[in-house]
Write a protein that binds this ligand. Structure first.
Ligand SMILES: [Zn+2]
Length: 142
């Protein structure tokens, strides 16, 4: 069972319940690439785009509920297909936050666990621990 709470990527406070969260990102209107994916409080932590950037930038977003479950997983994979480089890595981390049990509460401890020799090195800055390892980290660092 997935926890229905996430840490807001804008204010860092907890969001309780998927209905109170949105997935937001930026879209470069010139090359159609997506970047800066964030899970944020709805509507308080959604920030409008400054007027000067509106011609080259859009900020799409959807209720987080649309990215949960099996269909949500497929929608996230479609976003991966529009994303490159370190933004793709950030999105792969975000997908784990939404779909891997325990990941959201454990991931803030991954760097410490890695330094303590308890976790294998990240790939392009993102950790891909097993479920067992996530459970151990949540028990040990809680
Ligand atoms: Zn917030």
């Amino acid at each position: 069972m997935l926890e229905e709470k996430w840490q807001c990527d804008r204010c860092n406070k907890m969001i309780h319940g998927a209905e109170n969260a949105w997935l937001k990102w930026k879209k470069n209107l010139n090359d159609e690439t997506f970047y800066e994916f964030k899970i944020v409080h709805h509507p308080t932590c959604e920030q409008p785009i400054p007027k000067v950037q509106k011609s080259r930038l859009a900020e799409p977003g959807d209720p987080l509920t649309e990215y949960l479950g099996d269909n949500g997983f497929i929608r996230l994979l479609e976003l991966v297909a529009h994303t490159e480089g370190k933004d793709r890595d950030e999105l792969l981390k975000l997908i784990q936050r939404l779909h891997v049990p325990g990941y959201e509460s454990a991931h803030i401890h991954f760097e410490s666990a890695f330094k303590n020799g308890e976790l294998v090195p990240p790939t392009n800055g993102v950790f891909y621990p097993t479920i067992r390892k996530i459970k151990e980290i949540n028990e040990q660092y809680a």
